[in-house]
Design a protein. Sequence first.
Lengths: 300, 104, 241
Amino acid sequence: MIPSLASRHSWFEATARKRIAGLLDPGSFTEILPPAASTPSPHLAKLDLPGAFDDGIVIGCGQLEKQPIFIAAQEGQFIGGAVGEIHGAKLVGLLKRAVREKPAAVLLLIDSGGVRLHEANAGLIAISEIMRAVLATRAAGVPVLALIGGSCGAFGGMGIVAKLCSAILISEEGRLALSGPEVIETVAGVEEFDSKDRALVWRVTGGKHRYLMGDCAMLVEDDVSAFRAAATAFLADWQEPAPSVGLLRATQRQLENRLTAYGAYRDGLQIWAALGVTNPESVPLLDRDSLVALKEGLPT
Amino acid sequence: MEKLNFQFESVPALPAADPALCGVVGSGNLEILLNAGDAPNLCVVEIKTAARGFADTWQAVIGAFAAAHPAGGTRIAINDMGATPAVVSLRLAQALAEYQGGVQ
Amino acid sequence: MKLNDILDALFPAGHTVRVANQVITGVAQTAQGTVAVLGTTDAAAIDHAMALALSGYILDTLEQHPGRPLVFLVDTCGQALSRSQELLCLNGSLAHLAQCVDLARRQGHPSLSLVTANAVSGGFLSFGLMADRCYALADAQVRVMDLKAMARVTKIAHERLLELAISSPIFAPGAENYRRMGGIEAIWERPSAGLLEAALGQGARADERTEDRRIALGAERGGRNLAAAILQTVDSALAAA
């Protein structure tokens, strides 16, 4: 499963387009609203900023192991992958289409800090529309998978969107949270959260922590083909459940228990120890396979 | 932001069916969209750049590109976030190669 | 305006509402019968405990009172900003809350939200904006970030942002901007039982309730002109799945 170093293509470093190209069956991707048919955001132009033709998100259809797939990939390099009016509408449109056409799955390659401040109101409403559209897609029986491993992670409203998906596949480099550490540091002070302490940031928001806690379904190598293999494997075993009170009750209990057990902790190290990890300090050093083995061996 | 428009004479490029896109609008980077143009011996360029005051540099870099490559009959649209001349030249060559089917 | 004054104005026929940890839960009487009343007060910074209190009450209502309308009162300054909250994946609890509101809709519970004072970012996303329709009192503050902070983060001059905010609803704080963009259905001059009952009555038709019409609304009102066309193009684009 782990490709040799020579053939590895880092997901973290790839652009949105490269991620799609490597994730889907070769040559199967058809872009909807390709750059040549698009206009950059006029809202950015008004603020004297150059836009991007695709407004920072690539959407379209393709195949994964011959199964029809809808896919959207955010470009983290463009204004932090943030959601503006056009960006958001593209994603909402794709999800609405998925409700009607029922592909085998929708893959969301999230790489975003959340709302684009330059279009803050449009971005916030758009994220709300995306949230509803993700749940409508799932209610139509189409699984929606979030893939996280880019430089911007999944923060703000896109962090919420990620947790509304059927499941999250994340790499060790991936980060998932609501407020960015910089925001918390600015408002609550460096004692609360030192955003320059990268190791701490990863112990609180990073892929390994989210996977150990069960917030993400799979931990994946930082490699495009590893994400492809993981998405394929996940979908092969997954039947999208109908939304129900029973399922949400179970989540409710889980979240309440977790808050009671770990609510006072401030560092991943404390929680990992409480989870039964005998040597929590070693977690950041473990490779992907060892960490997966460690999690599978934990008391439940 | 500054908007710049240039056109250069250039040897006709191989006509291609599809437009080509290279690069990303990120810090120190740019995206180049290469479309088929109208006049077969002209390379028409439209630039939107976050860095003001570099019109002469753009003219020199793209002029050198149009002189060295068959870029006639193309329309090039650029969104730039402060790429260096070296990056611009590299992306232009990539976009043209992709446009003509040279790379996947 | 005090919470109790708002409740008295909205529900003159009576209400039994409890506030704990800035979270409102309870019931009230309206012409359409009993409704569940829930939300937050005093500019709550939504944390795990608040989100789970709200989601728990929604699930109780779904189980015990099928079809009972949900009225959300929104007063939130956003999400709690703390390391321990993020450590437990705060976005997960907010998503869970949003999912409960969405399930209520699917199970035939009409819902509406009223921004009584503040509605900001994550706190607003997790329940206010998830209701079938969102309303706001005229003096409510609705925003992602105030313009001064926005100027700092985007490195665009504050004066320039102020100037642009006059002509465009796209980024500047304000309930009216959200109304023009379709995110807020209507603005109420003051809390009123008549307006509330009209709004609850409007939610009676199932298709109007379940369909997210905000993009179309934003286009009709001229505040959000690009999204509708994008939606249309994506919908009709040829692409072989």
